[in-house]
Design a binder for this molecule. Structure first.
Ligand code: TPP
Ligand code: MG
Length: 332
């Protein structure tokens, strides 16, 4: 049975709501700036932007502590910001600078910072799921109540490694939450060409897991679903698969002309943009004002300007350090 409305309907405080708004806006403005810098040739290598999906990262990661682990994908900027990786160190990584969160050696698809619980992002589709089962197994063996969250796209759900990981997580009751961001496409492949069922979280039943379907463009709905699933994991009641239905309001990567989808479809989803929609709801309910939202906008603008300045002024990695942090085993 798929859960579509979580039992937890407790109100989200005004402060929490403004925090969710701030997180989503930080991700959006960060990536808009990244796109500009990429187009100006100042960021090398491609970017997979998260524009339109911000409510998922913000709503889920709001429940995570620095000692909780999180695994991400080739589209990791939003997850990283929401998990608390500093925008300075992410921007510096995109500029391939030594001050980047991977010392400039990983780039966009590998950002992460273990000090705040984010493993370097895994760009191999679905390959993060077994790793997440691994840290969840460690949590089960060690003391503490920390949990693991693993983000993945709809495309990952048809990868064998994901089935194996979810099955094992279910059998061993591991404290992990798998969050599938169903943005309707895996690159140019529509979900309708890859899945017969419209609800991907239906897969959970096959593993004996709770499956939840949530509106991934509604940060309040995501927040509540994540509260329930992460709460279960923290109380050692086993894993959950959440499917967040959403849409990327941009191409798959910076070289995608988006010819596989219509302008009408894009316009329908643009009208459901999670950020202005939350802003409007907060104003209508008297939980925010034009002034308070404008103040958040200014605060975020300063943060992004600072991150870009930091990245630009940072040194490049030294060639002599190329083999630092490269590990291999040698036969003896
Ligand atoms: C195992 C594997 N196969 C193919 C690719 C190439 N690839 C990169 S992203 C992507 C699409 C992934 O789609 P989805 O999982 O839905 O994530 P989204 O891009 O929509 O966030 C593909 C096929 C890859 N990185 N890894
Ligand atoms: Mg997808």
């Amino acid at each position: 049975m798929l859960e579509r409305e979580t039992a937890i309907q407790s109100p989200i405080s005004d402060t929490q709501l403004l925090d969710l708004y701030r997180t989503m806006l930080t991700i959006r403005r960060f990536e808009e700036r990244c796109n500009q810098l990429y187009m100006q040739g100042r960021i090398p290598s491609t970017l997979h932007l998260y524009i339109g999906q911000e409510a998922v990262a913000a709503g889920v990661c709001a429940h995570l502590r620095p000692d909780d682990y999180m695994f991400s994908t080739h589209r990791p900027h939003g997850h990283a910001i929401a998990k608390g990786v500093s925008p300075r160190s992410i921007m510096a990584e995109l500029f391939a600078k030594r001050t980047g969160c991977c010392q400039g050696k990983g780039g966009s698809m590998h950002v992460g910072d273990i000090r705040v619980g984010m493993f370097p992002a895994v760009a191999i589709v679905g390959a993060n799921a077994p790793l997440a089962a691994g840290t969840a197994l460690a949590a089960k063996w060690l003391t503490g109540d920390w949990v693991t969250v693993c983000f993945m796209g709809d495309g990952a759900l048809n990868e064998g490694a994901v089935h194996e990981a979810m099955n094992m997580a279910a059998i061993w009751d591991l404290p992990v939450v798998y969050v599938c961001e169903n943005n309707l496409y895996a690159a140019s492949t529509p979900v309708s060409a890859a899945f017969k069922s419209p609800d991907l979280a239906g897969r959970a039943a096959a593993y004996g897991l709770p499956g939840m379907v949530v509106d991934g463009n509604d940060v309040e709905a995501v927040y509540r679903a994540a509260a329930s699933a992460i709460g279960r994991a923290r109380q050692r009641q086993g894993p959950t698969l959440i499917e967040a239905k959403t849409y990327r309001l941009c191409g798959h990567s910076r070289s995608d002309p988006r010819t596989y989808r219509t302008k009408e479809e894009e316009a329908q989803w643009a009208a459901r943009d999670p950020i202005p929609n939350l802003g409007e709801r907060l104003k209508q309910r008297g939980q925010a004002s034009d002034g308070s939202l404008a103040a958040v906008e200014q605060e975020v603008a300063r943060l992004i300007d600072d991150a870009v300045r930091f990245a630009e002024e940072s040194p490049s990695p030294e060639p002599e350090g190329t083999l630092e942090h490269v590990f291999w085993t040698r036969e003896v």
